[in-house]
Design a protein around this ligand. Structure first.
Ligand SMILES: Nc1ncnc2c1ncn2[C@@H]1O[C@H](COP(=O)(O)OP(=O)(O)OP(=O)(O)O)[C@@H](O)[C@H]1O
Length: 245
């Protein structure tokens, strides 16, 4: 039973704000007429959920509803302004476009760097290197700086690193929706294979109803930083689809 499984991720009453300085008009700035005010945007508001080990959780919601912010907080890139996030000692990796690669370094060098940032030894990464390169399937580009990559190639490499250097928790931000059809299918199948082993906890942020329906055990629908619904895909997705129509 799901209730008896250990928790992989506990999110309790989490709030995350973005703080920026309110800019006045050029005249106001020039003559310092107005005091600089801080603008606060509440991106995640009092969010709580629990992901048991081996569960696949999907997060969906319209643009700007706080999904990526939540994911980055789970990954430890942002800290919550209030509330708690507990990973119960599990290793975690975040797969997201534009996060994690050093543009000047080659694909091969980025594999080593990413692997080490994930906490794997150099020997282990070198052992897995051929498998990662083979899965990414980007040919000679593997020895070119990643700044020369297309976004599809970039995500192929990112996906391959995370899929082959397995961490206990894998966070995926919309990556399955990029890349060409062939890679999309390959990464989708790899995800399914990883999921079927049931030893990995996955959180997927996606706008694709078919991905969410096919892969996930539970769905969170976020809206304006809050959870609107949190239930099985067959309960949440029809209501969400209706809402978005
Ligand atoms: N660095 C930032 N500074 C200020 N506001 C931000 C910043 N990053 C995001 N936001 C705002 O926070 C809100 C949540 O953003 P977030 O990226 O988490 O949404 P999302 O649900 O992932 O959106 P999408 O579906 O478009 O990826 C948005 O309104 C966004 O404008």
């Amino acid at each position: 039973m799901e209730e008896n499984r250990n928790s992989a991720i506990s999110v309790r009453n989490v709030c995350i704000d973005y703080k920026s300085l309110k800019t006045g008009s050029i005249k106001e700035n020039l003559f310092k007429i107005k005091k600089v005010e801080q603008e606060i945007f509440h991106a995640v508001r009092n969010v709580s959920f629990e992901v048991p080990e081996g569960q696949i959780l999907g997060i969906t919601g319209k643009n700007g509803s706080g999904k990526s912010t939540m994911l980055r907080a789970i990954a430890g890139i942002f800290s919550a302004d209030s509330g708690e996030i507990d990973l119960h000692g599990h290793t975690i990796s975040l797969l997201s476009i534009g996060v994690g690669f050093k543009n000047e370094l080659s694909g091969r060098e980025n594999i080593i760097l990413s692997g080490m940032l994930l906490g794997f030894s150099r020997d282990f990464i070198m052992e897995k290197m051929p498998e990662i390169i083979e899965f990414a399937g980007i040919g000679n580009f593997i020895d070119m700086p990643v700044k020369t990559y297309s976004s599809g190639m970039y995500s192929k490499l990112a996906f391959s690193i995370t899929a082959i250097l397995e961490t206990e928790i894998m966070l995926i931000d919309e990556v399955l929706s990029v890349g060409d059809q062939k890679f999309k299918k390959k990464s989708y199948n790899k995800m399914k294979e990883l999921i079927s082993k049931r030893d990995r906890t996955v959180v997927i942020v996606s706008h694709s109803m078919s991905t969410l329906e096919d892969l996930c055990d539970q769905i969170i629908w976020m809206h304006d930083g809050e959870i609107v619904m949190y239930d099985k895909p067959e309960i949440v997705l029809p209501v969400y689809t209706d809402f978005m129509r």
